[in-house]
Design a protein around this ligand. Structure first.
Ligand SMILES: NC(=O)C1=CN([C@@H]2O[C@H](COP(=O)(O)OP(=O)(O)OC[C@H]3O[C@@H](n4cnc5c(N)ncnc54)[C@H](O)[C@@H]3O)[C@@H](O)[C@H]2O)C=CC1
Ligand SMILES: NCC(=O)COP(=O)(O)O
Length: 326
């Protein structure tokens, strides 16, 4: 793999959340090993953070090793931890878009996003996307289809549908969507994670994977067919499996990734097993994007107690995917 050069950019995320403090802690832990820059409003950094303003990622080479390089983006307002200000919503969105621009231009190696508060962005800026994943897909343009994967040393999970209401899941799930999600996952595990023949386990939608039609029909009607079609191409794939019994320790030994039907089916197991070290990585994009697995944590923002480990792991994974051996 040819290394993608340049720094990993950290977008500020929701400034009233724990994003700024975990970014600074992660930079502190990783400086000297991974080139990093943060993009946001310096007023939102924890008090006393030593930083140097830069205007282009390439300038990080000239920054004193003890100062956080900051691509300055001025927001409408300062912030109070735990209280998102609608006036700052557009700034959050603009920073993500600007970071994607740098990464797509080749000025930076990868993007690691700090968490956003979806509702704050809808309320403050009429944000049209339910999360980063969908926004990044739109920014990537073309035919890119973004797939969410959460990964840790213990488990990898992919939800086929993401940020939609549970009542909409059965209608949103289609054979085409599942086929494409699994194919993108398979290809990314091969090309970006070095797994030659990924073992893929697919969950059913219904309790007991439908139990022969006694508890739902999607498994019999089409989920099984999609799996069979992909297996016929040589993919190492199994399912549909009952979701309640596919995440215990012995079951996890049998696959490299679990493809789930909806958000909580995928994210509850990994956040239960590995909340502090889980990483959210977007597959299928023409650039590298990772993120911590957690959210804005308004309840602890600004208290100096947020655990930066997931952010650190997310940056390390981004650098690793960029071919920077750390
Ligand atoms: N990548 C992203 O942008 C993500 C954004 N979110 C957003 O975050 C917001 C809040 O979501 P919640 O469901 O409340 O989840 P959350 O992850 O923000 O918080 C859940 C609980 O975990 C704790 N927690 C979270 N991160 C922590 C850390 N690093 N150290 C110590 N404790 C931590 C919080 O204090 C809280 O008690 C929502 O708007 C959600 O959409 C959630 C997940 C990912
Ligand atoms: N629960 C995962 C989550 O909300 C993160 O989504 P995204 O912002 O990475 O699309």
């Amino acid at each position: 793999m040819t290394p993608v050069t340049g720094p990993v950019l950290m977008s500020c995320g929701e400034p009233a959340g724990i994003g700024p403090e975990i970014a600074v802690a992660a930079w502190d832990a990783l400086k000297g090993t991974i080139p990093l820059a943060w993009m946001g409003d310096p007023r939102h950094l924890p008090a006393g953070t030593r930083f140097t303003a830069i205007t282009h990622p390439r300038e990080i080479a000239e920054v004193d090793a003890h100062a956080l390089p900051v691509l300055v983006h001025s927001f409408a307002a300062p912030t109070i931890p735990g209280h998102p200000n609608p006036a700052n919503a557009q700034g959050v969105i603009d920073v993500i878009a600007a970071c994607v621009g740098w990464v797509q231009d080749g000025a930076a190696a990868a993007l690691c996003t700090a968490p956003i508060h979806k509702k704050a962005l809808i309320d403050g800026a009429d944000f049209q996307h339910p999360g980063h994943t969908e926004f990044l897909q739109a920014l990537a343009g073309g035919t890119s289809r973004a797939v969410m994967m959460l990964a840790s040393d213990t488990l990898r999970v992919v939800p086929t549908t993401i940020h939609i209401a549970l009542e909409d899941v059965p209608h949103a799930l289609t054979p085409e969507l599942l086929h494409e999600t699994i194919t993108i996952t398979h290809n990314a595990l091969r090309s970006q994670f070095g797994i030659k023949t990924p073992r893929i386990a697919v969950a059913g939608l219904n309790p007991h994977a439908g139990e022969g039609g006694a508890m739902g029909m999607q498994e019999q009607d089409w989920i099984g067919d999609v799996i069979d079609t992909l297996a016929a191409t040589g993919m190492n794939i199994r399912g549909p499996l009952p979701a309640d019994t596919m995440f215990h320790a012995r079951a996890r030994e049998g696959y490299d990734v679990a493809v789930a039907m909806y958000h909580d089916q995928a994210l509850i197991p990994i956040k239960t097993l590995d909340f502090d070290r889980g990483v959210n990585v977007t597959l299928g994009l023409p650039f590298i994007r990772t993120s911590p697995d957690h959210g804005t944590a308004f309840d602890i923002a600004g208290k100096g107690i947020a655990n930066p480990t997931s952010m650190i792991e997310a940056i390390k994974l981004a650098a690793h995917m960029a071919g920077q051996h750390v």
